[in-house]
Design a protein around this ligand. Structure first.
Ligand code: PLP
Length: 400
């Protein structure tokens, strides 16, 4: 076979995809696997969004889209940023991409030169590091320890920034921990960033609307307007509106950056499905009560999962503010042997044994840059969650 490009050598297949695939293999053998591995809402896309897509297709909205997004969707995004975040973006400061993921990819590809550093608070969504590497950059990880609620400490951020730092990535509410930052915490992070004017700031706000118990979401350009002209605010329809398959993300940022990102995107995809864009505009402009109702359901699930996991011997589970993940510590289970005779040395051993012996799929913390933890997604129905947590309890009780 001819050689593959060197830039892909260090890029791995996402562990959540691997675990989901392993779960499917067992399911294909007739085994009842409960998957807590995937980061995707179990709810359906709102009907008014589906109807808008249908209408757009029937109306002949089926030609190549503008590369930066349709005017209708960009205007809906503009209203969203104002309504939810009190941020004013002109239309040439907004772009639409194939998911929040492509916004991030476009931004890194448009700005990162070989050797540039991308500061990533850990644990982190694995794609940040892999995309930084594809772009030729070097991920620099900053630990967000459990004893600080998995949040970024300003002094740690400050210590990680060097003259080579190109970007600082922020993602609160966070995948995989669910941690979110209060306004005061975000302000303290902003104070550090203000001291380093050569650094771009990317905030991935995909889980903005999934915060619980009255927690107030905030985003950095709103908390510190002085940073707005070097901040890229990324968001999308996937998590808020259960629209993962439609592939619509969007972002707001300085005009010159957006222009370069649109150029990048134009070379890759020529823009986003017009039908999906019509659906996303309807979701953004439509009634938002469904979002709140679903958040309340996620909260109920989080509370139950945290309580049940904390009853499992050897597991300690922090209760996070948002997203649909918990990140329990499994240190108390390591060094032990499972009922099936597997020795647990690492969180990867734990995740594999749990899948093989109890048929519950979750992802090891190692895949997100922090061990020994498990990432558990509670974007699944209550009954499956209860059953999965009982199986985890049993798995831990049987360790010897
Ligand atoms: N950012 C984070 C933190 C995520 O967890 C995900 C999806 O799992 C994304 C971005 C990408 O979302 P999408 O590309 O579907 O908009």
């Amino acid at each position: 076979m001819p050689a593959l490009a060197a830039r892909l050598k260090e890029v791995s297949i996402s562990a959540s995809v691997v675990m989901t695939m392993k779960g499917r293999e067992l399911a294909a053998k007739g085994i009842k696997v409960i998957s807590l591995a995937s980061g995707e809402p179990d709810f359906p896309t709102p009907m008014h969004a589906i109807e808008a897509a249908h209408k757009a297709a029937l109306a002949g909205d089926t030609k190549y889209p503008p590369q930066d997004g349709t005017k209708a969707l960009k205007e809906a995004v503009q209203r969203k940023f104002k309504r939810d975040n009190n941020l004013d973006y002109a239309l040439d400061e907004i772009m639409v991409a194939n998911g929040g993921k492509q916004c991030i990819y476009n931004a890194l590809m448009a700005t990162v030169d070989p050797g540039d550093e991308v500061v990533i608070p850990a644990p982190y969504w694995i794609s940040y590091a892999d995309m930084a590497k594809v772009a030729g950059g070097r991920p620099v990880l900053v630990n967000c320890p459990q004893n600080n609620g998995f949040k970024l400490r300003p002094e740690d951020l400050d210590a990680a920034i060097t003259p080579r730092t190109k970007w600082v990535m922020l993602n609160f509410p966070n995948n995989p921990t669910g941690a979110a930052c209060s306004r005061a915490e975000m302000k303290a992070i902003a104070e550090v960033l203000k001291k380093h004017p050569h650094v771009w700031v990317m905030t991935d706000d995909m889980y903005e609307h999934l915060v619980y118990d009255g927690f107030e979401f905030c985003t950095i350009a709103e908390v510190e307007p002085a940073l707005k002209d070097r901040t890229l605010t990324v968001n999308g329809a996937s998590k808020t509106y259960a629209m993962t398959g439609w592939r619509v993300g969007f972002c707001g940022g300085p005009k010159e950056l957006i222009k370069a990102m649109v150029n990048m995107q134009g070379q890759a995809t020529s823009g986003i499905s017009t039908i999906s864009q019509a659906a996303a505009a309807a979701a953004l402009d439509g009634p938002q009560d469904l979002v709140r109702e679903r958040a309340e359901e996620y909260r109920r699930r989080r509370d139950m999962v945290v309580e049940m996991l904390n009853q499992a011997p050897g597991i300690a589970c922090h209760k996070p503010e948002g997203a649909f993940y918990v990140f329990p510590n499994i240190a108390g289970c390591l060094g032990k042997t499972t009922k099936g005779g597997r020795k647990l040395e690492t969180d990867t051993d734990f995740a594999l044994a749990l899948l093989e012996e109890k048929h519950v799929a979750a992802v090891q913390g190692a895949a997100y840059g922090m061990s020994p933890y498990l990432r558990i997604s509670y974007a699944t129905d209550m009954e499956s969650l209860r059953e999965a947590c009982s199986r985890i309890q049993e798995f831990c009780r049987e360790l010897a």
